[in-house]
Write a protein that binds this ligand. Structure first.
Ligand code: ADP
Length: 331
């Protein structure tokens, strides 16, 4: 069993990417949940198409795995346009950015993931591109001959995704016409997603097994799909069948040490550290990260949002605190 677990965890990243692509919803009607967002986007897309224009620049915020990248692909599909994908940290020089922007065709979608991590200069370069579809490029900078050259761009839609909209500067945020925050998904939506994914992966799944996975998925479609793949491995290798029932889910979750709330070892370690080393809190983020030996970003972006939402953790002005629910869990 240990071997299976190791094998499975090692494959996670690569497999995650390949399988995610095939499981990704392709149209707004395949996109489960987030009804306000879906309805709002449907109207905005239909209106843009009616006017023969590109969609307004759109910003999606929310924890990882909730569908931001999928939505960018869906918008490009629905608008019959191409999508160019980059990310904030990948744009290191304005020259690189210039090349991306000047190569866009009319109506293209430019998707910038982790847009809150865009370098300051690149961000300023983006302002006129978003507002007037032009870029200002300074030649012979730092010489008496310095001059600004204007390059016109084709009209495009910028789609930004961020796990931390609070870190976006006001000038950047105000240049997006459409802004949606993605919420964690409920169990019914996650059970529907996992059932649809199982069909795509050609594996049978019982309704109660789908719900059991949904319950442990931390409100996140990417996680429910990952649990599905782990359960499929478990069913095929240990139970010798292509059918996921409740027993398979329970055993696979036990092997992965994921509890009934969907919490894994890292979550439990974080809660246990606050309890034992900081007397239940409050504890500051930096101190917590140092004790846990994790990046502060990982805590804020990946671990903490669900612990807060599920009611295990509380954020106060003095730091993170355990709730009574967490104290009960750790007994
Ligand atoms: P993000 O960009 O927010 O990190 P992704 O768009 O990459 O998230 O979503 C991760 C995976 O979760 C996708 O590949 C897709 O399989 C699944 N997914 C996300 N949102 C939905 C949804 N609303 N309906 C169905 N599947 C979804």
């Amino acid at each position: 069993m240990e071997e299976l677990k190791r094998l499975v965890l090692n494959q996670e990243n690569e497999e995650d990417q390949v399988v995610s692509l095939s499981l990704r919803p392709e149209s707004l009607s395949d996109f489960v949940g987030q009804p306000d967002l879906v309805n709002g986007l449907k109207i905005a897309i239909a209106a843009a198409q009616k006017r023969g224009e590109q969609l307004e620049h759109t910003l999606f915020s929310g924890p990882p795995g909730l569908g931001k990248t999928s939505l960018a692909h869906i918008i490009a599909n629905e608008m019959n346009s191409h999508i160019v994908i980059t990310s904030g940290p990948a744009i290191k020089r304005t020259g690189d950015f210039m090349a991306i922007l000047t190569n866009l065709s009319k109506g293209d979608v430019l998707f910038i993931d982790e847009i809150h991590r865009l370098d300051k200069k690149a961000e300023e370069f983006l302002y006129p591109a978003m507002e007037d579809f032009k870029v200002d490029f300074i030649v012979d900078r730092d010489t008496p001959y310095a001059k600004t050259i204007n390059f016109p761009l084709k009209s495009f839609t910028l789609i930004g995704a961020t796990t931390r909209s609070g870190l976006l500067t006001t000038p950047l945020r105000s240049r997006f016409g459409i802004f949606y925050h993605l919420e964690f998904y409920n169990e019914t939506d996650l059970a529907y997603i996992v059932t649809t994914s199982a069909r795509k992966l050609n594996v049978e799944i019982d309704a109660d097994a789908a719900i059991a996975m949904a319950r442990r998925a931390r409100g996140t479609p990417r996680i429910v799909n990952r649990l599905l793949r782990r359960c499929r491995d478990y069913a095929q290798v240990n139970a010798q069948k292509n059918h996921i029932d409740l027993k398979v889910v329970d055993e696979a979750m036990r092997a992965l040490r994921i509890d009934i709330h969907g919490l894994d070892e890292l979550d439990r370690r974080l809660l246990a550290i606050i309890k034992t080393q900081y007397n239940g809190g409050p504890v500051g983020l930096e101190a917590l990260a140092a004790t846990l030996n994790e990046e502060t970003d990982t805590i804020e972006d990946v671990i903490e949002p669900y612990l807060l939402k599920a009611g295990f953790l509380r954020r106060t002005s003095r730091g993170r605190e355990l709730t009574s629910m967490a104290t009960d869990l750790l007994k």
